[in-house]
Design a binder for this molecule. Structure first.
Ligand SMILES: Nc1ncnc2c1ncn2[C@@H]1O[C@H](COP(=O)(O)OP(=O)(O)OP(=O)(O)O)[C@@H](O)[C@H]1O
Length: 219
């Protein structure tokens, strides 16, 4: 599903922040991506989301070599990748419902086709009471779950989450982790970037550990 071979990344003329990364992410797998602050977790996620190209090496995502992808191919592949950003990126002038429905609206789907799915998904993340609330009145944990619902609404093959429990207390972090595990059981590959050791210790899962620009894998 995802294959990295000897991938390196540098920003502008700076030093290589990631080097010699070789690993695969399998369909329906679950893994944590971890490492100290500044180790390159967000940079790696950005390459996985096709927001950043490597400066060397080969990346294949969903069967496509990213170096040969044309701009016009990007939306189709990105649609199969759900992302929960560290800063949520919800639109303040839209309600929870509208934020979650946005990817479908942008694709030109009719509301009658998706309304039920959007409402069901919002209930699944525990925000049934907040359907019509704008992000400004949501707590950090509620925003987090709205961002998760939006990442999932188009049924991605792979979900990438950047510090998805960074803004929530431990009970809510456990709840969010359970949502990801449930999602994974239903067939979605999941990559969670985190430096929350307490969170990782709750499940036996593969860990991709970044340090000094390199990755070590603990299966
Ligand atoms: N746009 C950029 N331009 C230049 N350097 C960058 C840029 N983004 C990240 N870096 C550098 O790349 C390295 C990795 O950063 P990155 O944000 O990927 O790490 P991280 O592991 O996600 O950190 P954190 O856990 O603090 O979010 C850091 O040295 C950072 O300064």
């Amino acid at each position: 599903m995802v294959r990295f071979e000897n991938v390196g990344l540098r920003y502008d003329m700076g030093p290589e922040v990631l080097r010699d990364l070789s690993f695969q992410i399998w369909p329906q797998s679950f893994q944590f991506l971890t490492g100290p602050s500044g180790a390159g977790k967000t940079s790696l996620l950005r390459m996985l989301f096709l927001a950043l190209k490597p400066t060397r090496g080969l990346i294949t995502i969903l069967g496509k070599d990213v170096s040969t992808l044309k701009r016009a191919d990007l939306p189709l592949i990105r649609r199969r990748i759900g992302v929960v950003f560290q800063d949520f990126r919800l639109l303040d002038h839209l309600t929870t419902y509208e934020n979650v429905a946005l990817p479908l609206r942008v694709r030109g789907k009719e509301e009658a086709e998706y309304r039920r799915d959007v409402v069901d998904l919002i209930k699944w993340v525990g925000l049934g009471e907040r359907l019509n609330a704008p992000p400004l009145v949501l707590s950090g944990g509620e925003k987090q779950r709205a961002a998760i619902a939006r990442a999932l609404i188009d049924r991605p093959d792979i979900l990438l989450a950047d510090e998805p429990t960074g803004n929530v207390d431990p009970p809510l972090a456990r709840r969010i982790l359970r949502l990801f595990l449930e999602l994974n059981r239903s067939g979605t590959a999941v990559v969670i970037a985190t430096h929350d050791v307490g969170l990782m210790d709750q499940v036996e899962a593969r860990r991709l550990v970044l340090a000094d620009g390199r990755v070590t894998i603990y299966d």
